[in-house]
Design a protein around this ligand. Structure first.
Ligand code: PSU
Ligand code: MN
Length: 317
């Protein structure tokens, strides 16, 4: 049978062994977040952007029960088009391996696997969080990031969520949050969610310094969220956004969509109801984040920490 242990793409294994920059990428946004066939094109483009910045992309997912760190092009194409691809959060990983299925990893699943592999930087679109009007539906992205040492470059949390409640939970959980060149917390499809954060980064090098400091201090076991807003000229018209979201939430309730189907349902509703405008923004977000993550990974690799590369402390990968 295929391995129980994760399989590494040779290029990713070599980069990790030599301390070269690596950026982890998730597969749920490919399999469940973006419509076909754009999803495969975007997945390839994002890897290309990471390479252009001088880092090695490692898209993470599961093929036939085998966890893969660095999917090859055929595997990426498979997850982008196969009829049955499971959505894998951290708790699903071992069950999915035992079942031998194909699966796409969420922010929670991807960040945990990436950190365990020794990857310091991860790029995605937007984090999961606390859902509106469903207080018990909170993404495992939050609790996972609380104990996963990695930088996550994202456009904040998805605007379909209760952003204020999500920020409060991130605070409680001890997840570090800083804006990239802003203290206005981004709202995924829109540049500014209306909420503020306490910190901002001015440069990729500053993010890299924070990563090194986190490791050297050995105090904070969790993630650093780098909230990178979509430029205002590229955002979704906020009025259109609010209208489409209200309509989507109402339909979702009528159709009784719950659980892990909620996020894909609302994203897909946006893409249809805005005639592709939200898709353009979503793609722009992912590409921007991959670019910044590539720069952070390069900055991080350029200045090896004074401490050992292996955390010996709690929560370490
Ligand atoms: N970013 C995107 N599109 C997505 C996601 C992120 O631009 O589809 C995915 C991530 O994998 C994230 C998931 O972990 O949405 C959240 O799902 P849930 O709310 O069920 O935890
Ligand atoms: Mn959920």
């Amino acid at each position: 049978m295929s391995g129980i242990r994760p399989r590494y793409a040779p290029e990713v294994a070599a980069a990790l062994a030599s301390g070269a920059p690596v950026v982890a990428l998730e597969s749920t946004l490919v399999a469940h977040g973006l419509p076909r066939p754009d999803n495969l094109r975007v997945a390839r483009q994002v890897e290309q952007v990471v390479r252009q910045e001088g880092a090695v992309p490692a898209t993470i997912g599961m093929i036939g029960g085998e966890l893969v760190v660095g999917l090859d092009d055929a595997e990426l194409a498979h997850l982008a088009s196969a009829p049955e691809v499971r959505k894998l959060s951290i708790r699903d990983l071992a069950l999915a391996a035992a079942a031998g299925v194909d699966g796409a990893t969420t922010v929670a699943g991807t960040s945990a696997v990436a950190a365990a592999a020794g990857i310091a930087v991860f790029a995605t679109g937007g984090l999961g969080g606390v859902h509106r009007d469903a207080p018990l539906d909170e993404s495992a992205d939050l609790t996972t990031l609380a104990r996963t040492p990695i930088a996550v470059v994202c456009a904040g949390v998805k605007s379909i969520l209760d952003i204020g409640a999500t920020l409060e939970r991130l605070e409680t959980l001890g997840v570090a949050v800083a804006g990239y060149r802003t203290t206005a917390f981004p709202g995924f499809y829109v540049s500014d969610s209306g909420f503020r954060v306490d910190w901002s980064f001015d440069s990729p090098q500053q993010v890299a310094r924070a990563l090194h400091a986190r490791r050297a201090q050995q105090v904070h076991p969790g993630a650093i969220v780098v909230a990178n807003p979509v430029p205002p000229e590229a955002q979704l018209d906020p009025e259109l956004h609010d209208r489409v979201l209200a309509d989507g939430l109402a339909r979702m309730r009528a159709e009784q969509v719950t659980g892990k189907a909620v996020t894909p349902y609302l994203l897909s509703h946006f893409h249809t109801a805005t005639a592709g405008a939200s898709l353009e923004v979503n793609i722009r977000i992912i590409v921007n984040n991959a670019e910044l993550a590539g720069r952070v990974a390069v900055g991080y690799a350029a200045h090896p920490a004074e401490t050992s590369r292996t955390d010996t402390w709690v929560g370490a990968g």
